[in-house]
Design a protein. Sequence first.
Length: 738
Amino acid sequence: MSGPTEYAGKLETLAPQLAKGGDDVWREAESAAQSLADALRVKSPTVDNHTVLGASQLPQTLTSILKASITGPRIEDESKLAAVYQALRVGANLCMDHDVNRSHLLDAEFPQTVVSILEGYAQSIPSRQPPSILPLSLSQLRVIKTSIGVLLNASVGYEPVKLRLFSLEAAGTILRLSSAIYPPGSWVTEPKGGFVPVQSPSDDDISESWSLRSGLANWAWRAISELKDDQHSLFGPEVLPLLIPPLRIYVPPFTSPPSGFFEQPSALRRALIQADFEVFEETCSLLESLAMDVEDVRLSLARGMTFPDEHGGVNCLGEILKFIDQGDYHPLWVDAGDERSRREKSFDLCKAALIKCVVEIAGEEKNTDVLWDESDAANPGGVFVSQMVRWIKSQKNLKEQSRDDLVICASLSLGNLVRYESHSKAIISEPIELAPHLAALLTPEADLKVKHGVIGLLRHLAYAPPAREPLGKAGIVERLVESNIFKDTSDIAEMIQVSAIGIVKHLSNGNADNCFSLVLVPEGQDPKSSGLQQILDLIRRSDTVAVKSEGTRVFVNVIRTLWSNATPESEKRTKAKELVTTPAVAFALAQLIGRSKKYPALINEGMVALTLLTLQKFGGNIALDAITTPLPQEAQQPAPAAIADPNDVSSPVVAPGRALDMLVTVLKNHGGRFQEEVRINVCTLVGHIGRKGATTADREAELAKVKAEVKPLLEQAAASERESRLKLAAAKALQLWE
């Protein structure tokens, strides 16, 4: 009775004869290889045949068999295909969970030769678009599928083989073959398309062909997954056209199965529907990772939007956008039972992954001038920008349209893309004029993801001064306040709150109407519902310095604008100034001064705003109380490290007990870190607080203490021999106290 060793010996004898041998020799090799492969399917309890044979000449023999079969690009001869198929089975079983044998096979160049076989078949794939299914015999399908299985077995958890396959670009070859051999959905449109006309396949042949093709696709994606490397990308822009067909089958109109084959539900039809979906899932995952990790892919996808030749005539980004817009659950899922629910959830996740892909492409700085195109009057901003604008405008009522995903994708993408003031101006001007549509989306019921996208876009637009008035006229400030983004129900979305604060901060800078919208409420409405009060409440609740400081800077801009001579006198202005001149606002400004030792610009902003408040009735009392009240503990937490960016207010610093202590520190200016302008404004603030009539009699004692602390420093500055603006400011402050 023959055993594995005898079969291996016979193969070793036959291998040298194969190159010049006829069908009989190949059939003998097939028989011996089949017997050996069957014997190696399970491990013997008595003899470790795998280790013994791996250390023998068998790896070289298997490589010789494969090389002898390669006489052209593709193996066509049936006898050779049968022998190669069995030799591949031997190799796959030999290295299953066996690193030593994987090493032996690698040394014998067995995996490398398997890749050569796959490359030969890949060369025969037509380059035409759209792609069609690659005709192959059943024997060829078995060889290709098993070849991929060999590479999978040889590489699982074994780096040397992975590295060699990476250098051979095996993953790209596998992907090209899989895409041509099993184009998802092709079993619906071309049930007999996998055969050449002369083959006249039977129904059984057709069924087996599709089983092999779908199984091959499954193994291909498993192999690709195994070959992934965190350090290197398997693919570049060249594979993008291969990743689009799996998306198309989920975009209406859907093709129904032809009459006859696959018309009725069957186990095979269900398996193919599942195979289509698995390829779709893998494709979306790969597209997302490529867009996130590979700059060349992001650049190529953007270029292809304008120049389809970038991808051989396939507008890949355009196809992705079409899928996001129109892609839907496939009607053939109707008989999927419990599996349908899982598919629908996964489908939604896949669409979300492609949305991330689009947002990432728009966020690539080098793509700004590619995706923003002014050359087409019919599409202001270009094809991509126009599509994003249409999506936002199409969702006037999210309760009725229910396409949050389009708004999220469009708003985040435009937010990433709007990098120049000219872009912001174009977005809010005719013919785009997007501000009213963005305002309409800011409802209390809107999903936080929608608010994140819309508010993020508005934040970028608000940076541009020309955009601020149109945004205000569109009611952005009122809609932000009404959206509840500043209320405690939105505290879980702190980043969105910071963005919303940024919008209001910019819109209130020099625009009185926007300040009125923030501070005033319609007649009969609770004053506590105003945006001013909501931001004050948020500042009190939050433990985050960015929220507190940026929220307070809103008040700085509001005060500067309302007190500016450029703002005409009106009943609204008078009322707004009264509502802003409160202990709560003043103390928030004092906290900004107290926590901002590392940021003199913020100290300066807080002092200027407090100084303006002193000009209002009882403003002196309020400012005095604010700078002398002990600061809460939050402003005295030590910072982990200094921050280089002077505009970054995200880290707290060691702070004095009162804002007054910070004012004293600024005046002393040990180390010279405070500019003269900041020190001048200290003089101005204390001068206004201490001037005659600025505070009431019940504050005399507290005011006297302040003067006692500050007066020596003012006198020192005023007595300086060097003429300076600081000397004049200190002298003026002392004069105001007289």
